[in-house]
Design a protein around this ligand. Structure first.
Ligand code: 5GP
Length: 261
């Protein structure tokens, strides 16, 4: 497979064309941003860990029949994915109230929700990804009723699966963000899971201590983001228990791989 020109650069990932018009390469950057790009830095090794963790979760979801864009991981920072038309909505799934919902609605931090709550945000950096309702989605044709109903069903299955997967390794799945894309498969229009699922897009708390093992370590200046993401990878069995993945080691691994190419 030949890597072609850059098609799109987002805050944490870059999409490159390939010689197959249906496939693209997704490159995971080390850039971290928060609060609508007002806070920015580079955290060496973050992209490598997100690439591995997202590959693991999406492959597992594939095995339970949740169609998604992942074809295969290529190397430390890249994966081949199906080209989809991204639905311009961030689907937020909450099991426990924290983050923006506590500020917006005055809900006490850590409140366990009696059912998973799905929220919709318009994917628009200039507007700061505003919260929208299903009626907005239908009024402005961002997605059809059929698509939203399908996505809601998928979200609940994904949430159930991920809660169980993380619970098994001593982690609480607090909330997360998903993106979906439109694609034609065998001439039929389908909606599949896209983007990434990683500690950048989920809130993950240690089951016993409530220690944050996700991007809130950056958002809230808690430090030790790489050790936290490494801990998630180790618990999921992606990295060997004994491997000492410091930022320096991850960077070294990346550059060794780059030199080999
Ligand atoms: P909140 O609305 O509380 O800020 O975020 C809810 C969940 O969605 C968190 O797990 C957060 O990581 C994820 N999320 C919401 N918006 C974004 C986004 O623009 N980028 C990323 N990476 N995650 C997001």
């Amino acid at each position: 497979m030949k890597k072609g020109k850059k098609l799109y650069e987002g805050k944490a990932k870059i999409i490159y064309a390939t010689n197959d018009k249906n496939l693209v390469i997704q490159y995971f950057k080390d850039d971290a941003t928060a609060f609508n790009n007002q806070k920015k830095t580079t955290i060496e090794g973050k992209g490598v860990l997100n690439n591995r963790i997202s590959e693991h979760i999406l492959s597992n979801l594939s095995q339970i029949g949740i169609k998604n864009h992942l074809i295969k991981r290529l190397n430390m920072r890249e994966q081949v994915i199906k080209l989809v038309e991204i639905i311009p909505i961030e689907f937020i799934v909450r099991n426990v109230a924290t983050g923006s919902i506590t500020q917006r609605l005055g809900i006490e931090d850590g409140t366990i929700l009696k059912e998973p709550l799905i929220e919709y945000c318009l994917k628009n950096d200039k507007l700061g990804d505003p919260l929208i309702s299903e009626e907005h989605i239908l009024t402005f044709d961002w997605a059809t009723k059929k698509e939203i109903d399908k996505v809601k069903k998928l979200i609940l299955r994904i949430n159930d699966f991920m809660i169980g997967m993380f619970r098994g390794v001593g982690i609480k799945l607090i909330d997360f963000k998903l993106e979906f894309g439109r694609i034609k498969i065998d001439g039929k229009n389908e909606i599949i899971l896209a983007d990434e699922i990683s500690p950048d897009t989920c809130r993950l708390w240690d089951s016993i201590t409530d220690k944050k093992l996700d991007k809130d370590r950056f958002r809230k200046d808690l430090g030790d983001l790489i050790p936290a993401y490494t801990e998630v990878a180790k618990r999921l069995g992606i990295l060997h228990e004994q491997s000492n993945v410091s930022a320096v080691n991850v960077t070294k691994l990346s550059s060794i791989k780059r030199r080999k190419k």
